[in-house]
Write a protein that binds this ligand. Sequence first.
Ligand SMILES: Cc1cc2nc3c(=O)[nH]c(=O)nc-3n(C[C@H](O)[C@H](O)[C@H](O)COP(=O)(O)OP(=O)(O)OC[C@H]3O[C@@H](n4cnc5c(N)ncnc54)[C@H](O)[C@@H]3O)c2cc1C
Length: 423
Amino acid sequence: MTRRPEADYDVIVIGGGAGGVGAALGAAKAGAKVCLVEKYGFLGGAATNAQVLAYCGFFQQGGEPRQAVAGAGEQVLEALRGLGVKAQPYHSETTGNWIVLLDPERLKVALDRLCAAHGVDVMLHTRLAAVARTGNRLEAATLAGMDGRSRIAGEAFVDASGDANLALVAGLDFRVGDEERRLQAATMPVRIGGLDPDLKIDRNAIKAAVDTYNERAEFKINRSDGGIYTRVPGSSDFWWLVIDREMADLGSRTFTRAEQSGREMALLLVDVLREKVPGFERAWLAQTGPQIGVRESRHPAARYEITYDDVVGGRQREDGVARAAWPIELHKEAGKPFYQSIGADGFFHVPLDAVTARGLDNLWYAGRVVGADSLAYGSIRVMGTAFATGEAAGTAAALAAEAGKAPDAATVRARLIENGAMI
Ligand SMILES: Cc1cc2nc3c(=O)[nH]c(=O)nc-3n(C[C@H](O)[C@H](O)[C@H](O)COP(=O)(O)OP(=O)(O)OC[C@H]3O[C@@H](n4cnc5c(N)ncnc54)[C@H](O)[C@@H]3O)c2cc1C
């Protein structure tokens, strides 16, 4: 590495979700000194901060599970298995896709251990507040942490914040939501305890409870099919995606209302379940949050935006640095998801330019920050894919720090393959 004396790190990654962990591990495996900055007290992103308890995108759609993501993502699954989580593909009856079910507490520990094993300097309870840039280069990040404000300088940066917070404070152009500025609905997953482990849950009873809820509630539920639910692995708890909130904008007040109304809905819903659904007589609301699940926020300028045609055509390309295998899944209207499958071989390539910022020479994107039009975004945002785009972004950032200039796709691709990624 050719780190300037004033640089504290080769690569600074903002955000410790799937994209950020993928980026940190990818950069570390490519030889970089890495700092991973996360605003919560744990890693995992939506899986641990919004109870999104399943990894999508590790496997292609179809009758048999065909792997699409290896490398850092596979290391995470291995670490989970080492902690007793099955981490095997599970065929979802509701959507027909393959998912990997998660135990969030074990996931937190698995990610801590993996980052430690790769020498990643993790800073929790620390939020990116500002950046210093000179022309088209980022120089340093100002962090707001438990010890006040601090400044760390780096050679290369990865925005893995989900909401493109680094790109925002760096002054890059961005689109909010789709081409008409419409955001996909947010969803508050809930975890419900107090169920008999042997209870066979009756979907018709759940649907009837949702109807009863809607007769009584101020904030309605749109999922007339009863939503998506399963048991949390290793627990008899019931995990349910059924509470959706429309987001008109990205303001703190809008988020506050979504959080508060979501919680009101969750409490009333559990009361109705207790009253109406056999086997739920002792049910209780074990958890919402820590925050509502945000599907979409900002899309900062990337060198390339993956298109709808790339996805449905299953486009493979020589400058591909990650595979994406989850169908387009859109939630334009709260509670009414839309799916469209990937064509050709069932996956498409994410090109290096889609994980590369436009307007800054030493910034890369991971996870749901990656460049995509509003339809393609419905595919690339899932967490299995985020590990892969993160590993690609982190590897590119590390190679840039090493060479003093941005690497080409062939070089990034070769290093990724050497380090176990599947492209
Ligand atoms: C309700 C819902 C259900 C979903 N279902 C699934 C599913 O079943 N399977 C699946 O794979 N995907 C699912 N998704 C999509 C998926 O959860 C996200 O798209 C995915 O988490 C993206 O990963 P990420 O790492 O890019 O972002 P995130 O998981 O959002 O992680 C970003 C991280 O950055 C941190 N951060 C943000 N700003 C800052 C800052 N300024 N400073 C420091 N840290 C910061 C955040 O705290 C967070 O940890 C779902 C999403 C929602 C909302």
